[in-house]
Design a protein around this ligand. Structure first.
Ligand SMILES: Nc1ncnc2c1ncn2[C@@H]1O[C@H](COP(=O)(O)OP(=O)(O)OP(=O)(O)O)[C@@H](O)[C@H]1O
Ligand code: SF4
Ligand SMILES: [Mg+2]
Length: 343
């Protein structure tokens, strides 16, 4: 018998369970609603891809999960349960303990944030010492070299400075730092975006191998649907602060349900056929004034009257496959009693 995974079973087995998360940026002309009531789960060992166009709130969501949103941003509402502990309500002291040990971040543009005047051994060493305290030098050296080898770097990188490394190598150093304390969850924010295509794939591959060998879960943020298709187990599609579809990667590609996901997939370049870009650029509504109804209504080729006034809830429309769209209004699922709602 196949087990049907509902939102509730997902939540109960989740390593990370984000519920109704809202993040606003206070600006003189009003609150920018960057994350608009997001529900989102990651199970142990799972790789979840978070995709959506620039400005849709991916980094803000990642930073909110770590409670690292900087002013004028603030978490307005919601819970971020990591192994059952609500990160949003933790004391600063407990939060510092939890970061890196339980949850590590490879930030957007990480490779450019390496300290140019510190050798790699000291940058990785500092990350370990800050969280674990003093330890014997030979053991620490061995551990750092092992970390470098895990991310595909030769041991000579140990004594090098960032400027002596290529972009791909620097990004591998950032991955090594994130896995140094073997956290159960890593968030990688566009870890390959500044690299050339071949290096992107190699670094992506390394991330997966590291993840597999250490058994950690990962949220992989990115734009590149093709790369995501190769790397992730689940895909969460974000649009204007909302998760509009969340599905196993095969199901998301084989049968995307949300019109936005359909357009994203239709726009993936193919060598076999030249196709026009189906998605127009930069026409998201003003995030300070979200429209009533569906957030995608201004760009949706299938918009209906109802979409202008009623927010479509994120519903499980196929087993383990959630989408927020009125096109499926009449479709009934056995788990409809417990919808996972975007508001
Ligand atoms: N400090 C800020 N003040 C006001 N608005 C902000 C601030 N930081 C981010 N925003 C807005 O919040 C929204 C989400 O930004 P975020 O950086 O999370 O998007 P993103 O999906 O990570 O984009 P990208 O793919 O370009 O990295 C954007 O519309 C952005 O303009
Ligand atoms: S709810 Fe309506 S506007 Fe929104 S994606 Fe579905 S059909 Fe399009
Ligand atoms: Mg970003």
């Amino acid at each position: 018998m196949t087990m049907v995974i509902t939102r509730d079973t997902l939540a109960s087995t989740a390593l990370l369970d984000v519920r109704g998360l809202r993040v606003h940026y206070d600006t003189p002309s009003g609150d920018v609603i960057a994350v608009n009531g997001v529900d989102f789960q990651v199970r142990p060992g799972e790789t979840v891809g978070l995709v959506g166009e620039s400005g849709c709130g991916k980094t803000t969501l990642a930073m909110a999960i770590l409670r690292l949103v900087q002013p004028p941003g603030r978490i307005v509402d919601g819970e971020v349960l990591l192994e059952g502990t609500d990160v949003v309500r933790l004391s600063e002291g407990r939060l510092r303990e939890l970061r890196w040990r339980k949850l590590a971040l490879i930030p957007q543009g990480a490779m450019n944030s390496l300290n140019p005047v510190m050798r790699i051994k000291d940058q990785i060493g500092d990350a370990i010492l800050t969280h674990e305290g003093r330890q014997a030098k030979p053991g620490l050296r061995e551990r750092i070299i092992k970390l470098l080898s895990l991310v595909g770097l030769p041991s000579r990188v140990y004594t090098m400075y960032p400027h002596e490394l290529s972009g791909g190598m620097k990004q591998r150093v950032c991955i090594a730092m994130a896995i140094a304390l073997n956290p159960p969850l890593i968030i990688a924010d566009e870890p390959t975006s500044a690299l050339d295509v071949v290096v992107q794939r190699l670094v992506g591959q390394t991330l997966l191998e590291v993840k597999k060998s250490l058994g950690m879960a990962m949220i992989l943020i990115g734009h590149d649907m093709g790369l995501q298709a190769q790397l992730v187990d689940r895909l969460a599609i974000m649009y204007a602060g909302n998760i509009v579809e969340n599905a196993p990667v095969n199901s998301a590609f084989a049968e995307p349900l949300h019109p936005y996901t359909q357009l994203l997939i239709a726009s993936i370049p193919s060598i076999k056929e030249r196709k026009p870009l189906r998605l127009t650029e930069g026409l998201t509504h003003d995030l300070r004034r979200p429209p009533p109804g569906c957030v995608f209504q201004f760009r949706c080729p299938q918009v209906m009257e109802r979409c202008r006034t009623v927010v479509p809830p994120l519903r499980e429309l196929k087993p383990n496959h959630f989408a927020a769209c009125h096109l499926y209004h009449d479709l009934r699922m056995p788990n409809d009693a417990a919808p996972a709602g975007n508001s």
